[in-house]
Write a protein that binds this ligand. Structure first.
Ligand code: ADP
Ligand code: MG
Length: 315
């Protein structure tokens, strides 16, 4: 797994942070490749036969999940008693103020942190076993691309680590760069790309080994609103077409409601779930204008109320 970039604790005010210089042509979309992508290399750990049970339809199951960090200043209750079941193919967003445990929850699912209490399963396995099976791709708050590698070699890095042959690495990197509308940018270096383009490259990197589960931690938090709108709409298309399970962290109420089947509202000290808002009533076809409808505004209001109830605004 790629190392976590520095500065992962971004404040809520970053939501509408500085806009990267994006030429109009690069206010681009994530493009959907029709049909399931081919899986051309065998995973190192062969997946067990899928059990035909309700558990097989569950992507993530957390029961009484807790994580307490022991620090020099005493314990930090990052997660406490989190109960959540995410079905396969669901799009679930997590919203709450800085420090309420959103990143910690995603890191537990990715087996990057060990919970101190409760139970967690990912696609019917422990988080560790799911990681060995390469069940998830992680998109971080910052693109975390290596400046000395070309964009193509950054996208292909997980494949290189997994020992995929060079020709296939190049083919897949090109395919997923195309998917995020970065065709022709593979030979560039990250510093030659705008912030939005770099983040799209990091999405291509997460997708290139075709994970079942996409973990996205404020992926669009540093982008301006217009670029974010485009990427939101196209991420929704990508999700509908690929059927991936997505866990998505955001500070934006509108982004959460627009993208999600359910919005998990969290509160800090200790990090816990205060409400789960069902947004499936908005349907699957969601033009951006849906954000002006009474139903959308009602759902956004409920999320805001949940944040207030959790004293989120004091944080
Ligand atoms: P969020 O993503 O919602 O902003 P985090 O999951 O990053 O919140 O953090 C939850 C809490 O745990 C915060 O109080 C944070 O300071 C603390 N925390 C996160 N990682 C560590 C760590 N490695 N050691 C100690 N405390 C941590
Ligand atoms: Mg975070």
């Amino acid at each position: 797994m790629l190392s976590h970039p520095a500065g992962r604790h971004r404040a809520a005010e970053d939501e509408l942070g500085s806009a990267p210089a994006m030429p109009p042509s690069s206010v681009a979309s994530l493009r959907v490749i029709p049909g399931p992508p081919p899986t051309a290399f065998a995973p190192a750990v062969p997946p067990p036969a899928a059990p035909h049970s309700a558990a097989a339809e569950t992507a993530v199951s957390a029961r009484g999940l807790s994580l307490t960090y022991e620090t020099a200043d005493g314990p930090v209750f990052a997660l406490s008693g989190v109960d959540l079941t995410v079905a396969r193919g669901e799009f679930v967003s997590f919203i709450g103020p800085s420090g309420c445990g959103k990143t910690t929850f995603l890191r537990c699912v990715a087996d990057l942190e060990q919970p101190t209490g409760g139970a967690l399963s990912v696609n019917g396995l422990s988080a560790g076993a799911a990681r060995l099976r390469r069940d998830y791709g992680f998109v971080f708050q910052a693109p975390a691309l290596f400046p000395w590698r070309s964009v193509e070699r950054n996208v292909a890095l997980p494949l290189e680590i997994f020992g995929v042959p060079k020709a296939e690495r190049r083919e897949r990197a090109a395919r997923y760069l195309d998917l995020v509308h970065l065709t022709g940018f593979g030979r560039k270096f990250p510093w030659q790309l705008s912030g939005g383009m770099q983040q799209r490259a990091s999405i291509a990197r997460a997708l290139c080994f075709e994970p079942k589960l996409l973990l996205m931690d404020e992926p669009f938090g540093a982008l301006d609103e217009i670029v974010r709108d485009h990427l939101n709409a196209q991420l929704l298309d990508l999700w509908r077409e690929t059927g991936k399970t997505v866990l998505f962290v955001t500070h934006s109420i509108a982004e959460a409601v627009y993208l999600s089947g359910r919005v998990v509202v969290m509160s800090p000290r200790p990090g816990r779930i205060v409400d789960i808002v069902d947004c499936t009533g908005l349907g699957q076809e969601r033009p951006l204008e849906i954000r002006e409808t009474p139903e959308f505004l009602r759902l956004a209001h409920r999320v805001r109320e949940g944040l207030r109830a959790g004293n989120a605004y004091e944080g």
